[in-house]
Design a protein around this ligand. Sequence first.
Ligand code: NAI
Length: 336
Amino acid sequence: MFSTQRVIRLAARSFSTAVPLQSKVAVLGAAGGIGQPLSLLLKANPRVTDLGLYDIHNTPGVAADVGHVNTLSNVAGYTAKDTDGLKKALAGAELVVIPAGVPRKPGMTRDDLFNTNASIVRDLAQACAEVCPKAKLLIISNPVNSTVPIATEVFKKAGVYDPKRIFGVTTLDLLRASRFVGDKLGRIADVPVVGGHAGITIIPLFSQVEGLELSKEERDALTYRVQFGGDEVVKAKDGAGSATLSMAFAGARFADSLLRAAAGEDVLEWAFIRTDLYKSEGVEFFSTYVKLDKDGVKEVLPLPATISEYEKDLVKDAIAELKKSEAKGTAFVAGN
Ligand code: NAI
């Protein structure tokens, strides 16, 4: 059996172990399917010094439970019933992770969640713009292709917008792509996944993985599996929601990447961000290669020139779809 110390060491080892930085992380939607395991993983991360957990209900229980994990960070949980609960959770946050909102049920697309989640993300982004405008926002709530433009418009309206600090978290697509080719490759490698975070907008760049050779059939099947991998989980959960545990793992990885970058490490990630890369084609948000530093985005990199013709075609299809989701998100804030 593992000793407690060994379990903590193992958890901490999944993250970087260099000098901890004073970093408060707020999780909005912390009592949910993603929020709870994400809060646990953040508690295990030695770089996190404070956790501010917020949800409309049940957060004190999550905070009390997670708070007994023996790392030195402080945990506080607030609900909508607490006076200024949301503000207290956000005060002083360096990162704000947002998995608040409803998940999919079988047969639903991510866009079907728009009507409920758009206003949740808008209101939470508004609070962030007021309380911690310099924090980095990590948006998990779907549809990411629209919720990131929503948060962006809210920050613009509040006069505190900085494109370097708002991220749509697409890391789960990377984990899936990496895992799905892992057995064939015989190792776990990062597979760049670009575009967006819904169906055909999800584009795994298998051409960029060293040593990976795929037949046309394998390439097509793997690409489809990454694009619609979320559906496998929704179907298996049979009405009880979508990916939560793997998403928590993915969210914790992306948060750790930002904390490592804030501590001075060179970090390359992939995320859905504001960029001019495809502006001439009518799209201002795209998931691409991003170099991170203490301010968030240090540099947005274009897709490698060596991507395949097949992948170039996928990008074209994605842009048409991304345009619609972006316009929907932007119009939602403009109309309110
Ligand atoms: P869930 O229903 O288990 O949890 C959501 C939590 O948000 C609940 O505890 C709820 O009380 C809370 N919430 C609702 N309104 C709120 C508000 N105004 N303020 C604070 N908290 C609020 O859902 P789950 O499974 O955790 O999924 C959350 C979101 O993450 C969904 O929109 C889902 O589609 C999305 N998701 C995104 C992924 C990605 O790759 N970006 C992957 C998987 C899910």
